[in-house]
Ligand binder design. Structure first.
Ligand code: CDP
Length: 234
């Protein structure tokens, strides 16, 4: 069976990661969370008191940072590692969310992480989510999805996620963080978040999780079948 590349981009906290994970599971594909890499880089810079606006610090940070994903055998979830340490929970905290978009504006950091993401997707059969996947990382992705949801819905969902991980954050603080990240991510000079013309838009404000996953899996299967019949005829 031929394998495709699925790029899912969209605003902060609109359910990209959980949707992408479920789509990958359904298709038997690998899920790659590109945002986790920017979050791990942020943790590395904060822990080592490196400033993203100082080019020497950025060079030092990139040289001393190794990010990887490893499957947790109990949960079957890919977890993020920074220099050999499992940082999956730490990178989801508000301390990181409040700094990550600043780190993600730096061109040399993006260049390094994009190259790594492209290597991870070389064999196809991947679902990757982020902000620049359909535009920069995989501009020829077979299926591009742009996810949206209204701010209130996103903030409530994120509050529940954080609470499940033991962090209680006021809704207003979460809303402010999501809105600020949307602003910085959409207006930065380097690969800003934008909906590509060839992307399918999925608004998750009023749809159930199963509906949004089903819509993307259906679109993916149509492309896989079309490619298979094209290959059969040539
Ligand atoms: O899960 P959530 O929507 O909160 O965000 P994320 O996917 O973990 O991404 C965290 C941040 O990393 C984003 O707000 C962007 O600033 C940055 N990011 C990026 O610039 N490019 C990507 N491909 C992925 C994330």
């Amino acid at each position: 069976m031929n394998k495709i590349v699925i790029a899912i981009d969209g605003y902060s906290g609109c359910g990209k990661s959980s949707t992408a994970k479920a789509v990958a599971k359904d298709l038997g594909y690998t899920y790659i969370d590109s945002g986790a890499m920017y979050r791990a880089a942020t943790l590395h810079f904060l822990n080592n008191f490196l400033s993203p606006s100082n080019p020497h610090d950025v060079e030092k940070g990139l040289k001393s940072m190794e990010i990887s994903f490893h499957l947790n055998p109990d949960t079957l979830i890919q977890e993020t590692y920074l220099n050999g340490l499992n940082v999956e929970n730490e990178i989801r905290t508000m301390r990181i969310s409040n700094k990550v978009s600043e780190i993600a504006t730096i061109a040399s950091i993006r260049k390094e992480l994009v190259a790594q993401q492209q290597r991870l997707g070389r064999k196809k059969g991947v679902v990757m989510d982020g902000r620049d996947i359909g535009s920069v990382v995989f501009p020829h992705a077979d299926l591009k999805v742009f996810m949206t949801a209204d701010l209130e819905t996103r903030a409530i969902r994120r509050q529940v996620e954080l609470l499940e991980k033991g962090e209680l954050v006021a809704l207003e603080d979460i809303k402010a963080n999501l809105a600020e990240r949307d602003r910085v991510d959409s207006s930065r000079a380097e690969s800003p978040l934008k909906k590509m013309e060839d992307a399918v838009e999925v608004d998750t404000s009023n749809s159930t999780f199963a509906e949004q996953v089903g819509k993307i899996v259906h679109a993916a299967r149509q492309i896989i079948d079309k490619q298979a019949s094209y290959a059969g005829n040539h």
